[in-house]
Write a protein that binds this ligand. Structure first.
Ligand SMILES: C=C(O[C@@H]1C=C(C(=O)O)C=C[C@H]1O)C(=O)O
Ligand SMILES: [Mg+2]
Length: 461
């Protein structure tokens, strides 16, 4: 329920308009509670339009955001991309009026992401920028309390409010003509780095680690899949939403090209001055039976190699965050984080910050953690750039949202794919440490392709 007596969006717009002087223009956010609507259906209803679409599902808070269209687009190509994004958003927020006292998860919320490296250069990623976030024209919020629609627009003292409201509500026609009978694609062929080259890549990394230059480096491979028809994003999303109940689900859709991720890894979340980050590194498969599952979990919790992969992440996050905090709590030992097809070592990091610090500052400090980059960071980044035979683009990079009050959450885009028509490029990586064995790491990446590949209708290889 909205906190204040619920004003219609008509009344909300008139309230803002009445305060405007002649010729003045104002960004405004109006919010209404709506009847229940399925977020996957809502996202899919705009498939045939050229509107920008963003999908976000956070399982911890049980919340969905679906952003449609772009009232404002914020992009950055500069070296200081996180600061540049922060400045652009701060500037917008200073001139926005939220017409009513918004409930959590409604109002102006910026959705988007960044690339792994500071630059993007390959043809494959040409539609994506190093920083790209949108303030949607309309955003559906579905949480435990209900369904809400936020509209972001700008008005002047001469705006025709009833006509504007009619235009805002056009989406209702869009969802009524929904066609559910589209076919799903099947995979025709897949292609990945051949094992000989993978073997060499891992041996090079292990040698560099043994020489003392690196502690850990995360290396990944691409899997290119071709399908018999254009990928039906709605079916993919529906499967992920139903099956992958312990991961974030994210789509950044630019029309023909979409980036999609089903990631269990939180980079950082901020609620007022409370911070939560998670260390997720160290992997084993799930068992067929409960007993086998327990045995695997126990062996992961006691495996020196996996514990070492994990500890690099804990140490780095602790070091990065501690100076900003009044108090910090990190358990001594990791626990198991089980997913549908694999399990990880997991350590939550909770902290109360000294003052409210922008989520963009935190991303800048944390990205990439040694769960995606390595230790030491700069050398690991150089090793990745010079050895991995593809461009990461948005894979392993921060994706998420920030609201107008500074709350926000960013995940890391692993278990992800770049989709274009009937082709998808999937990504999976693994933490290489001194004890790494190329074949075991190859199997681990294969396991990590599973969630996305299954949702796409393919089989892992
Ligand atoms: C790099 C990925 O995952 C990371 C590597 C892990 C590992 O090597 O054990 C586990 C989780 C993530 O930190 C990926 O899924 O692509
Ligand atoms: Mg690993």
């Amino acid at each position: 329920m909205l906190k204040t007596k619920q004003l219609t969006i008509n009344e909300q717009l008139n309230k803002v308009k009445d305060q405007l002087s002649d010729g003045e223009q104002k960004n405004v956010s109006v919010i209404e509670e709506i009847n229940e609507i399925n977020p996957v259906d809502f996202f899919a209803a705009f498939e045939a339009t050229d509107m920008h679409r963003v999908f976000w599902k956070d399982v911890t808070e049980n919340i969905y955001f679906v952003g449609i269209g772009a009232h404002e687009k914020f992009q950055t190509n500069t070296q200081d991309r996180f600061q540049s994004m922060k400045e652009q958003w701060d500037k917008y927020v200073q001139n926005v009026q939220v017409a009513i006292d918004a409930v959590k998860g409604t109002g102006p919320i910026l959705l988007g992401g960044f690339s792994f490296n500071q630059n993007i250069s390959s043809e494959k990623w040409k539609k994506f920028r190093p920083g790209m976030m949108v303030l949607p024209e309309m955003m559906l919020t579905v949480n435990e309390e209900g369904c809400y629609m936020t509209y972001n627009l700008s008005i002047t003292s001469s705006t025709n409010v009833s006509r504007t409201v009619r235009e805002l509500k056009r989406w209702k026609h869009q969802i009524s003509g929904l066609n559910d009978n589209q076919d799903s694609q099947t995979v025709k062929s897949t292609k990945s780095l051949d094992y000989r080259n993978w073997n060499q890549l891992i041996l090079d990394a292990v040698e560099t680690i043994k020489s003392g230059k690196l502690g850990k480096v995360v290396l990944a491979r691409e899997l290119e899949a071709e399908f018999n028809q254009d990928i039906n994003l709605k079916e993919v999303l529906k499967r992920l939403d139903e099956d992958e109940t312990d991961s974030y689900i994210y789509i950044f859709d630019l029309g023909q090209d979409s980036f999609i991720s089903v990631t269990p890894e939180r980079l950082v979340s901020v609620r007022e001055n409370e911070l939560l980050s998670t260390c997720l590194a160290g992997t084993i498969s799930r068992g067929e039976t409960e007993e086998e599952d327990d045995v695997l979990a126990w062996s992961l919790l006691n495996d020196e190699k996996n514990l070492s992969e994990h500890q690099y992440v804990v140490n780095m996050i602790k070091e990065a965050i501690e100076p900003l905090t009044k108090s910090i709590s990190i358990p001594d030992k990791p626990v198991i984080y089980p997913l549908r097809s694999l399990q990880h070592l997991y350590t939550p990091v909770k902290a109360t910050m000294k003052e409210t610090i922008s989520i963009f500052d935190l991303i800048e400090k944390l990205h990439p953690t040694p769960a995606l980059g390595g230790e030491p960071r700069e050398l690991a980044m150089e090793f990745i750039s010079s050895h991995e035979p593809f461009e990461r683009g948005w894979y392993a990079a921060p994706i998420g949202w920030v609201d107008y009050q500074g709350n926000g959450e960013f995940a890391v885009a692993i278990r992800s794919a770049l989709i274009s028509k009937n082709e998808a490029t999937l990504f999976a990586g693994c933490g290489i440490v001194e004890e790494s064995d190329p074949e075991a790491e190859y199997e681990e990446t294969k396991l990590k392709f599973t969630p996305m590949l299954e949702a796409l209708g393919g089989v892992s290889r």
